[in-house]
Design a binder for this molecule. Structure first.
Ligand code: C2E
Ligand code: CA
Ligand code: CA
Length: 757
């Protein structure tokens, strides 16, 4: 698997977005620049038309920061009033969308601001085509320092995955505010410094052509420790130049006396200096020279910049470390890995990356609260550092993901020893709020080769970590050749899908399989099953490409195309099918599609284009229970909007997940499809009979219809009929086939299929 299952629901695009914003925030010179970039990235990633920033003033009122991002086709004149209105209007806490975000520190979503009475810029937005709006806070600690709002010209249902990512963006941008504040304070203090120095705070040192001190003021005494009596007549080299630099210092002086040239003169430099007590500290020094009567004299102003350095180091540290655990963050990890990779090439020393992911960490947050979760992460960070060598880098990437870079590791065996040591250090229970809890981890190991980059080393370790999780948690796994092949195959298929979608969509086509009423044999629904007519590899089963499309998010455009095809086919059936009763087409939807806020709108548009007659054709959707459970709230809302479009909803592969029928009752679902694995042995296996029969009873009691899929022989069909299963589907009646063929069959048989023909 290329991507962790936990992240495949929240779109990969959004995570990429978060990373882009984090990098831009780290690199930006000002808050304005990073806010401007954040608006742009968010509009690009979401396809929303407009983004705008409010900033909180010292009076605790939000005002427009006059920072906007507007995509080109929206630069219309009628936006001007909306902009003027937004820029002129102050928002107190609780007032309007920005004011509510300001007051609650929580994101807000409005499906259609044009029609929502709670929207207070009604007059000015009415002239525009803007509809949906969401806004989220930029936080430093608990304080809302800014609010970002976005508009789309379409009405979108709330997208929780998006809002979740935006809350991280809000924290990330908050750090830029903190940094700017720190820098401001730093600049202020520097200015004060300079002022004092202009009177007497800078050390003033004069030297003759041999470097012997001829003048040494009070400040010099304070900074370097020597009093003027001690200093006069001795060389600066012995007084203030640290031993390691003396040689270079002398040579520089010599060169200057011979050539009259020195790159250091007339400049302000930062150099290490030495105190009379022997400790080193950084100084800023300005040097110049004067020649009088053939004799050179040198002068210097110097000041101690230890405090400034410390502050700078502190800022740098912040940008490169995780705030919670103090460990290096992704940026620093990448930098270290690159360094090691460079050295690896020169010195042929090895490098291993270990990806450590805690097992079931979410449960700790869920059952003990976030504070406990944070303490657990801090404890894990501590233990990981104890488990490795001082030269190794333990970094925290995100959440419960850590990566350890181990230089000088040449063999799988050595890496495995470290992995086992990590698992062993994490094994003892942790004390959290008086409870003992056990945390296991899964570890993936990748060794660098001559082709490695820092990024792909991490992702190889990540892939191996997922294998480790799959093969039972609390284990480690090495990235091997098989995974390498799998990764490159997946990458190739991904590219081919993308290429086909962009250049030749007709490579994807649909086959249809009838779903029949069990007692009459009447065809009620046709399940649409996608196929790929691959230019080199022939007709491919969805098993070979749907999982990859799902992982990479390509299922969203592919699924849209499948819907388009299904509706086109329905239109053609509508005209050529001779049945005088309605038929349904049932389309499989993936979880990624379910998470799209505008899914219902997309389906509505496609249906309208295909001019389907609802009296002749009914659209149905199949969703697996696992996909619904990934984000039940969003799934429920989306399914509800699909129901409102008149669609029939089925739960696919029922029995393979963990949900109960009683739980599913709260979702707007019509039909349960019992998974094929319960049907295969139903004629022989009393356990399967008992399961299916009780599912049917309960489903009927809860008002669900039941479909059995994968029916291959008459014994199964007979048994299912006796159990009062409403509909059956399987090779016994018809295999999935192109619509042309199936249409002929249906017209010949008058829409009725009997078994064992
Ligand atoms: P599914 O939704 O459970 O589809 C039923 C699968 O069982 C189909 O495989 C079908 O050909 C197969 N099948 C039907 N009757 C029998 C039978 O009697 N015996 C046996 N052994 N198999 C039977 P197919 O077409 O290869 O599709 C596999 C899976 O790919 C589907 O499972 C579905 O999860 C996914 N898929 C197919 N088309 C689409 C699509 O358009 N969109 C999405 N998101 N997924 C799709
Ligand atoms: Ca299905
Ligand atoms: Ca199924």
């Amino acid at each position: 698997m290329l991507h962790p299952p936990e992240t495949s629901a929240a779109s990969q695009t959004y995570l990429g977005l978060l990373e882009k914003i984090a990098v831009a925030a780290n690199e930006a010179n000002s808050t304005t620049e990073s806010l401007q970039k954040a608006l742009m990235f968010i509009c690009q990633a979401t396809g929303w038309s407009l983004g705008h920033v409010f900033i909180s003033g010292p009076d605790n009122i939000l005002r427009s920061a006059n920072i906007w991002h507007i995509i080109a086709q929206h630069q219309q004149a009628n936006l001007l009033r909306f902009r003027e209105d937004s820029e002129a209007r102050p928002f107190a806490k609780g007032e309007g969308i920005p004011g509510r975000v300001f007051a609650n520190g929580q994101p807000e979503w409005m499906i259609n601001a044009q029609q929502d009475p709670a929207y207070i810029r009604q007059d000015s937005i009415a002239k525009t085509s803007l509809k949906s709006c969401f806004a989220f806070p930029v936080l430093t600690g608990d304080k809302v320092v800014a609010v970002l709002e976005f508009y789309s010209s379409r009405a979108h249902q709330p997208d929780h995955a998006l809002l979740d990512v935006m809350s991280h963006v809000g924290l990330q941008l908050g750090r830029v505010f903190e940094r700017e504040l720190a820098q401001q304070q730093l600049a202020d203090s520097e200015q004060r410094h300079r002022h004092i120095l202009n009177s007497t705070a800078d050390a003033f040192i004069a030297m003759d052509s041999l470097g012997s001190v001829t003048a040494w003021n009070h400040a010099a005494q304070r900074i370097f420790g020597w009093n003027s009596e001690q200093a006069l007549g001795r060389t600066v080299a012995e007084l203030i130049v640290p031993p390691a630099f003396r040689e270079a210092h002398q040579q520089g002086m010599q060169r200057f006396l011979i050539s009259g040239q020195a790159s250091v003169l007339g400049q302000t430099l930062e150099l290490p200096a030495m105190h009379c007590k022997g400790h080193e500290f950084p100084i800023e020094i300005t040097l110049w020279s004067i020649q009088e009567n053939e004799e050179w004299s040198f002068f210097a102003f110097a000041r101690d910049i230890s405090a400034r350095k410390r502050q700078q180091d502190e800022l740098k540290h912040q940008a490169l470390h995780d705030a919670l655990t103090g460990l290096p963050n992704r940026l620093l990890l990448l930098d270290r890995l690159e360094q090691h990779l460079g050295q690896r090439k020169e010195q042929r020393s090895g490098l291993a990356a270990l990806f450590v992911d805690l097992d079931h960490f979410k449960r700790i947050n869920d059952s003990f609260g976030h504070e406990a979760g944070d303490s657990a992460l801090i404890e894990v960070a501590k233990r990981l550092q104890q488990a490795v060598r001082p030269n190794d880098t333990v970094a925290r990437l995100a959440g419960d993901e850590f990566v350890i870079a181990c230089p000088d590791i040449n063999s799988h065996r050595d890496a495995a020893i470290i992995a086992q040591r990590i698992l062993d250090t994490l094994a003892p229970p942790m004390q959290l709020l008086g409870d003992s809890i056990f945390l296991n981890a899964s570890v993936g190991i990748a060794l660098a080769d001559q082709y490695s980059s820092a990024e792909n080393l991490i992702s190889a370790a990540d892939i191996a970590m997922y294998e480790a999780k799959g093969s039972g948690r609390g284990a480690y796994q090495l990235f091997d050749e098989r995974m390498q092949i799998q990764v490159s195959t997946q990458l190739r298929v991904e590219n081919e899908i993308r290429h086909a979608l962009e250049h030749d969509k007709q490579q994807f086509c649909l086959h249809f399989q009838p779903i029949i009423e069990s007692h009459s044999g009447d065809i009620i629904f046709l399940e649409a099953l996608v196929r790929w007519q691959h230019p080199q590899r022939g007709l491919l089963s969805p098993i070979e490409f749907i999982p990859i499309a799902e992982e990479t998010g390509l299922i969203v455009p592919l699924g849209e195309w499948i819907l388009e095809l299904a509706c086109q086919e329905a239109n053609s059936w509508q005209q050529r099918c001779q049945l005088n009763r309605p038929l349904g087409i049932s389309v499989n939807l993936s979880g990624r599609q379910l998470a799209q806020a505008d899914l219902a709108q997309t389906i509505h548009d496609i249906m309208a284009r295909a001019q389907l007659n609802p009296a002749r054709f009914k659209l149905g959707f199949e969703v697996t229970e696992t996909e619904i459970m990934r984000d039940p709230a969003t799934a429920s809302a989306t399914l509800q909007t699909l129901r409102e479009l008149g669609a029939h909803i089925s739960i696919d592969d029922f029995g393979t997940g963990y949900s109960s029928l009683a739980y599913l009752k709260q979702f707007p679902v019509n039909t349960i499809k019992i998974d094929r694995s319960f049907i295969i042995n139903i004629a022989q296996d009393p356990a399967d009979q008992a399961i299916v029969s009780s599912v049917v009873h309960l489903a009927h009691a809860l008002n669900f219809a039941v479909v059995a899929e994968g029916v291959e022989n008459p014994e199964q069909a007979q048994m299912l009929r006796e159990m009062k299963v409403d509909y059956i589907q399987g090779y016994l009646f018809a295999k999935p086939q192109p619509s042309e063929q199936l249409l002929k069959l249906i017209n010949q048989q008058k829409g009725r299929l009997y078994e064992a023909k």
